[in-house]
Design a protein around this ligand. Structure first.
Ligand code: ZN
Ligand code: ZN
Length: 297
């Protein structure tokens, strides 16, 4: 159902090459880009546990590794998927896990589950608590249940000094209110698939969070270049949120970590930077935030 990756990578233009020490842009998509050093890119938000990957999960990981996506954070959404994320991380050196309960599943948080979560977080490859937050768009759980699960998990993250991966859907005001309510908190984390405007970005950055974008920014309907320009590169992360949100030219198809490059490419275009610069800085941001020991080349 996908184009082979070799074809997809060729579409990834313009790409930086160096000629006689001068940076030029390669506009011929059939030419292979020359790169100085090896680029390492991280997909900071994938759901490879989803059944969409049941038949070819290992191929998907291999396709990512064969391109330049050396690290993937597989994000838990429930106790069960957090456990699966950890198993996946145990199998693959470049995969890390986050553990947490999504607002859609927030009714599953009780004392017993919270202690299971606490145990999982002790695993050396768990790098964050998430995804957690509030979702008033789908509203699968009552607001008070969502808020309770969010509060318990952010308290847990604070007590363990771990970053959080935040899911915010039409809940900007309540999320900011809850985070700012915890006075003196030293926040580390990311608002994933950022849904806000510049004003929201300012609040999120003021609290110390990073911001990440998915393939949505490659859609024609995305008109918020000013928002991306507003966010400093050293606060940005790249993510696929696969299997959802496939970037152009795969829009509507199943997404996978190998496509995270298209999001980096779009940010480079908007910020008038090279793809390499965006890849290097956002990877460095992610490795630092999630405390992953990596060599970014
Ligand atoms: Zn989410
Ligand atoms: Zn997600």
């Amino acid at each position: 159902m996908q184009q082979p990756l070799s074809a997809s990578l060729m579409i990834l233009a313009p790409v930086l090459i160096r000629e006689g020490g001068i940076n030029t842009r390669l506009n011929d998509p059939l030419k292979q880009p020359e790169r100085q050093g090896v680029l390492l890119i991280i997909d900071t938000h994938a759901h490879l546990d989803f059944s969409d990957f049941e038949d070819d999960r290992e191929d998907v990981v291999k396709r990512a590794n064969d391109s330049e996506i050396k690290y993937i954070i597989n994000v838990g959404t429930s106790i069960e998927t957090s456990r699966f994320s950890i198993e996946l991380a145990e199998k693959h050196a470049g995969i890390y896990a986050s553990a947490g309960v999504h607002p859609h599943d927030s009714n599953e948080i009780d004392e017993n589950r919270l202690s299971q979560l606490r145990q999982m977080i002790e695993h050396p490859k768990v790098v964050a608590i998430g995804e957690i937050g509030l979702d008033y768009y789908r509203n699968y759980q009552p607001v008070d249940i969502q808020k309770r699960a969010f509060e318990l998990q952010i308290q847990l993250a604070l007590s363990l000094d771990l970053p959080v991966i935040i899911h915010d859907r039409q809940a900007d005001r309540d999320i900011i209110e809850m985070l700012t309510g915890l006075k003196g908190a030293d926040w580390k984390g990311v608002f994933h698939c950022f849904p806000g405007d510049i004003d929201m970005a300012r609040r999120v950055l003021d609290l110390g969070f990073h911001i990440s974008f998915t393939g949505v920014i490659t859609f024609k309907s995305f008109k918020q270049s000013a928002l991306i320009n507003y966010i400093p590169l050293d606060k940005l992360l790249l993510e696929t949120d696969c299997p959802f949100m496939a970037p152009v030219p795969f829009r509507g198809k199943r997404n996978e970590p190998a496509y995270v490059q298209y999001i980096g490419q779009k940010i480079a275009e908007i910020k008038n930077l090279t793809f390499e610069e965006v890849a290097q800085v956002t990877t460095r941001n992610a490795l630092r935030l999630f405390q992953i020991q990596g060599d970014i080349g």
